[in-house]
Design a protein around this ligand. Structure first.
Ligand SMILES: [Zn+2]
Length: 126
């Protein structure tokens, strides 16, 4: 019984906080400019290398360090994919219609598996 009382008596008596948590590296407020007009600063350790870009706190865009130049002439437009080109000609509603038609044709042939869809094995007809 007395053993139980002893156990834990020191909990909380000693501080587990080390000096490490108190003595943090010197910090500097590094200003960033967002392409969408936001400005914010980050408290960064002077020992660290300040990142050139940082995600904007307001909109998530790539904010640029104020005293820096763009590392490269802003990322080139990503290449258009077939999907992008398709979307320029067709709306999602159109595509869904085409897809439904196509699936109907494949189901009629019993070849949906070949198209990667669920097979007609589950139910013959509702
Ligand atoms: Zn922003």
């Amino acid at each position: 019984m007395s053993e139980r009382v002893l156990r834990g008596t020191r909990l909380g008596a000693a501080s587990y906080e080390t000096d490490d948590t108190v003595e943090v590296a010197e910090r500097r407020w590094i200003p960033y400019d967002c392409p969408n007009g936001h400005h914010f600063s980050l408290p960064l350790s002077v020992e660290a290398q300040f990142p050139l870009v940082w995600e904007c706190r307001f909109c998530g865009a790539e904010a640029l360090r104020v005293d820096a130049d763009r590392p490269e002439p802003k990322r080139v437009k990503p290449a258009r994919t077939h999907w992008d080109m398709l979307l320029e000609r067709r709306s999602i509603a159109d595509l869904e219609e085409v897809l439904a038609e196509r699936l109907a044709v494949l189901r009629a042939r019993g070849g949906v598996e070949a198209a990667g869809g669920p097979g007609p094995t589950r139910r013959k007809s509702a």
